[in-house]
Ligand binder design. Structure first.
Ligand code: ADP
Length: 459
């Protein structure tokens, strides 16, 4: 069954409060009962001490002194809280009793006098508190004095108190539940507004935001988090759209060139040399398109680090070989430098690292003069091992230092100078580094060169 959140909160709070109130009510009733009983018992104790001295022994019988005064008092005044007194012998046979007892007798139990405490019992139709003490004559037990006091008023008070508490208990709980449900409903109102607004936001109106409350409480934080999430989603959707349109544009341009070349070619018959030259141009365009498609695929295939197998790699040997191989392939001077003499071990996926460094080395070669060497450097900092790809080339303008990692971004001067490229190399490097937990940074001075640096996490 689906229960509203406010109902659940109200129900839980009511359960807890119900328990607390129950304990409080039981305590109130218990304390009231104890106080009333203690009061009556104290009175009984005083009466016992008083009447103990008014008993005397005649011819083996125990009697009250001034019994006639009692009888007289009984006839002349209405006693609101009468004391019932009875004297019994050791066997419990009644010897004398107060006139207000009439035909009734107080109950006798020898063991009660040993405990010296009062108890509640029935006397005719009413309830009384009774005490019992042993009477001694010359140190010898002669009988028992039984005293009782009405418990009727106390019982009435306690019953009234119990009834009031029993009637109020469910009433308090019901009103508590309703109040809590109302308050819980009020406090989750902002959440319902957030839900309603979030439900309205689709891909079409992703630029809309939930209005943020002034207070920086949990609701404010939740709203802000959702808005930030929407912001990130919007950005990534924009990037994706931009990427698709850039990719289509980059593919369409060589296709148009290819089409143009072929159209010109079939317009009239040509000499074999002309055919050869046009076909070579077309093949060059196809090669550039293939390279672009390879890079797009490489970008799409960058795997998350969870799927990458990382092995222990010794950087000095690995980089030395890479520098030699690149120098051979590209016919350029690539020098290797190690800032430490001991081997440097890292945990990395060799293929991924190779791909990152290939891209950086190719850029360093592409964007610097042939006469300047490219340096592949490694060392250890406080954070861990690092690799730097250093060139003394054109450098990158400060305002472009972040954008160069965006797909298809190329600096204007690179395009103007006709340096081949697609603008995807550094985007691939950034994604690969991110997925491998490698920190990528760049420092560059236009005119004097660039340093691309990879920092590896401590293994
Ligand atoms: P591409 O080299 O194919 O243009 P990249 O993504 O590798 O694409 O590089 C993006 C841009 O960053 C380049 O167009 C270039 O302007 C700039 N860039 C990258 N590396 C260097 C470098 N070593 N020196 C100068 N500029 C660079």
């Amino acid at each position: 069954m689906k229960t509203a959140y406010k109902e659940r909160i109200a129900r839980r709070l009511t359960w807890v409060t119900a328990l607390i109130i129950l304990v409080v009510f039981v305590l109130i009733y218990g304390v009231a009962r104890l106080t009333v009983i203690q009061n009556i018992d104290r009175d009984l104790q005083l009466e016992t001490e008083k009447h103990q001295d008014q008993i005397f022994l005649v011819n083996g019988e125990i009697r009250f002194l001034h019994k006639d005064e009692w009888e007289e008092m009984e006839h002349s005044q209405i006693q609101l809280n009468p004391i019932f007194i009875e004297i019994v012998d050791l066997e419990g046979n009644s010897m004398d009793r107060s006139p207000n007892l009439r035909e009734n007798h107080l109950s006798f139990s020898p063991e009660k006098s040993r405990k010296n405490e009062a108890w509640t019992q029935k006397l005719g139709a009413q309830e009384v508190r009774q005490r019992q003490i042993t009477l001694y004559n010359d140190g010898k037990p002669e009988g028992y004095l039984l005293l009782a006091k009405s418990f009727q008023d106390a019982r009435e008070l306690l019953d009234n108190l119990r009834n009031v508490l029993l009637i109020f208990y469910p009433m308090i709980l019901v009103s508590l539940f309703l109040t809590m449900r109302y308050l819980a409903g009020k406090s989750i109102e902002p959440i319902q507004q957030i839900i309603a607004k979030t439900n309205q936001i689709t891909q079409k109106n992703l630029n809309e935001r939930i209005s943020e409350p002034e207070l920086n409480d949990e609701i404010g934080q939740l709203t802000r988090s959702i808005n930030e999430l929407l912001g990130r989603l919007e950005q990534s959707l924009k990037r994706e759209k931009q990427f698709t349109s850039d990719a289509s544009h980059e593919l369409r341009t060589p296709l148009s060139v290819l089409r143009g070349t072929l159209e010109v070619l079939i317009r009239k018959s040509r000499t074999p040399d002309e055919y050869e030259q046009k076909i070579k141009t077309a093949l060059g365009t196809i090669d550039r398109m293939s390279a672009l498609i390879d890079q797009l695929l490489a970008l799409a295939r960058v795997e998350s680090s969870k799927n990458l197998v990382k092995e222990e790699l010794e950087l000095i040997t690995f980089l030395e070989e890479l520098a030699d191989q690149t120098a051979n392939d590209q016919q350029r001077e690539v020098s290797f430098q190690s800032l430490v003499t001991v081997p440097i071990y890292i945990k990395a996926n060799e293929k991924t690292l190779q791909m990152i460094l290939d891209n950086l080395l190719q850029n360093a070669i592409k964007y610097s003069e042939k006469t300047f060497p490219v340096i592949l450097r490694t060392g250890k900092s406080e954070q861990g091992a690092f690799i730097e790809v250093v060139d003394s080339g054109k450098g990158i303008d400060q305002e472009n230092l972040e954008q160069i990692f965006d797909p298809f971004f190329r600096e204007k001067k690179a395009v103007d100078e006709g340096i081949p490229g697609s603008g995807l190399g550094l985007a691939i490097v950034k994604k690969l580094a991110q997925e491998s937990g490698i920190q990528l940074s760049v420092q560059s001075n236009p005119g004097s060169g660039s340093v691309f640096r990879l920092d590896f996490p401590q293994s």
